[in-house]
Design a protein around this ligand. Structure first.
Ligand code: UN1
Length: 494
């Protein structure tokens, strides 16, 4: 019998008001892992109400005290890391060592933001007038809605929840439908750490049944969404209409540029890790390899050999390199791109099909795929596939590589492999994505630096690092005039 889980609203674990439920399924085996609420607008309303009610007292708690709660939650995450990583692999498929990394990223973010409880710096500057003091302080925004994806089921909720909480906001989390247990584990850790009732609430359910009423709720002040461009642009439209603050983290079409002078073995390690890690389901995944012509043949040959050697399997099994994709819909989408590739004239050099024999029969497996003869304007070189597929594009020069890299509607992550420091710096300057790596893959961002992208990848905001605080706070500028007389800025200039 699978365990039944509940929403956490106003400090209580409660079922969906409708009584509706949904199964949490292992995408590698089809096994039912748990039963979660299938919530709706009435549950969202309860959660937002609880968050609103908790707001004034939470923002009155001194930030260092808020930080202590986060530190305690971080300790639980450390203690339960292995268990939580296993839960994650079971519910979304990524191999265990990567799931451990996901939990670790949540731990890192929790500790980092807990420390902000004693920082959260503003600016103190001289005033232009005598006997006057000028400073700026951060204030919470209000009730934050965090809408999170299944590919980083603990890290990304932590990226949103931790900065929101430390800066005094209350939160309603809508966890991804495919990964409720990881969100539940994170929320439970915060509950056990002593977070007061209503400060964080989690409502399980789908985008249309929970996400939409949450975005539209008049008592939600701020929305942070990570997911598809299609859903993100719909949210942007509503946020504008209802006057809500919005942070968006959407798709990517990231490239690894490999120049003729690169260390090819190192570059291949980066491509394999970045293209097929998390089964290619990262917004930072390297779905393009932009190769200079001098190394093209050798690179392609070695890339195909290494890709064909990758072992598909259950992410909990020793020796598995690549797990399943998350669900049937994603599998069909990735498979559909093989026809698109063929029609446009690309070559499927390896992989290119669903793997469903033997132990793989019960899961959603797709063979790691390398596409060659790809031209920069082909759909497979422009659109986010979000699966274990990478496309090799040939270029003649660094300048052409940079132009091809930048010429997509996304702008998240790029990496360049070269041993020439001049070329590296020219690339750093010319690349227009939000993240740039030199001699490392496109994945693996660290939590204390800004994370996000240009163009269609987002709406200009960043998460993680100090930049995250800008999403979750309002600036309050304070002037204290202790001269005892009327002093006029810009007027009393003599
Ligand atoms: C994402 O793919 O949505 O840099 C986030 C990385 C991870 C986070 C990825 N630290 O790939």
């Amino acid at each position: 019998m699978a365990t039944t889980y509940q929403n956490w609203i106003g400090g209580r674990w409660v079922p969906a008001r409708s009584g509706g439920t949904r199964e949490n399924i292992d995408p590698a085996s089809g096994e039912v892992l748990g039963i979660f609420p299938r919530s709706g607008a009435e549950d969202v309303n309860d959660a937002v109400g609880a968050a609103r009610k908790a707001l004034d007292s939470w923002r009155a708690v001194p930030a260092p005290r808020r930080g202590e709660i986060l530190f305690r939650a971080g300790e639980t995450l450390v203690r339960c890391k292995e268990e939580f990583a296993r839960d994650m692999t079971s519910e979304m498929g990524k191999v265990l060592k990567e799931a451990r990394g996901d939990v670790q990223e949540a731990i890192d973010m929790t500790y980092y933001m807990a420390g902000e409880g004693r920082r959260c710096f503003g600016q103190t500057t001289p005033s232009e007038l005598p006997d006057k003091f000028a400073m700026s302080v951060r204030q919470s925004v209000g009730v934050a809605a965090a809408i999170t994806p299944w590919n980083f089921p603990m890290a990304i909720p932590a990226w949103k929840i931790m900065p929101a909480l430390i800066t005094g906001n209350t939160v309603v989390l809508k966890a991804a439908n495919d990964t409720p247990k990881s969100a539940w584990n994170l929320v439970k850790a915060l509950e056990e750490a002593g977070l007061p009732a209503g400060v964080l609430n989690v409502v399980f359910g789908s985008g249309s049944e929970v996400g939409t009423p949450l975005v539209e709720h008049p008592d939600v002040d701020l929305i942070s969404f990570t997911g598809s461009n299609e859903v993100g642009s719909g949210i942007a439209f509503k946020a504008a209409q209802f006057g809500k603050r919005l942070h968006l983290e959407l798709g990517g079409k990231n490239a690894i540029i490999i120049l003729d002078d690169a260390d090819l073995g190192l570059a291949l390690d980066g491509v394999i890790w970045s293209a097929f890690g998390t089964t290619g389901q990262r917004c930072t995944a390297a779905s393009r390899v932009i190769a200079q012509r001098g190394i093209l043949d050798e690179l392609t040959e070695r890339l195909i050999a290494r890709t064909e050697a990758l072992r598909l399997g259950h992410g909990l099994e020793e020796g598995t390199d690549v797990g399943p994709v998350v669900n049937q819909e994603q599998l069909a989408k990735v498979d559909g791109y093989m026809d698109v590739a063929r029609r446009d004239g690309a070559t499927i050099a390896c992989g290119g099909s669903v793997a469903n024999v033997g132990p793989l029969a019960k899961g959603f497996f797709f063979r790691p795929t390398v596409l060659t003869d790809v031209k920069p304007k082909m759909r497979v070189a422009q659109e986010e596939i979000f699966g274990p597929v990478t496309a090799v594009i040939a270029v003649d020069s660094l300048e052409e590589a940079i132009a091809v890299n930048n010429n997509v509607s996304y702008g998240l992550s790029t990496s360049i492999y070269t041993r020439d420091v001049n070329q590296a710096f020219r690339a750093i300057e010319g690349i227009t994505t939000g993240l740039v790596y030199v001699n490392a893959g496109t994945i693996g961002a660290e939590v204390h630096l800004p994370f996000g992208g240009t163009r269609g990848t987002g709406n200009g905001h960043r998460e993680a690092g100090q930049a995250a605080l800008d999403t979750y706070t309002e600036w309050k500028t304070v002037y204290v005039d202790y001269s005892g007389k009327l002093q006029k800025a810009q007027i009393d200039v003599e």
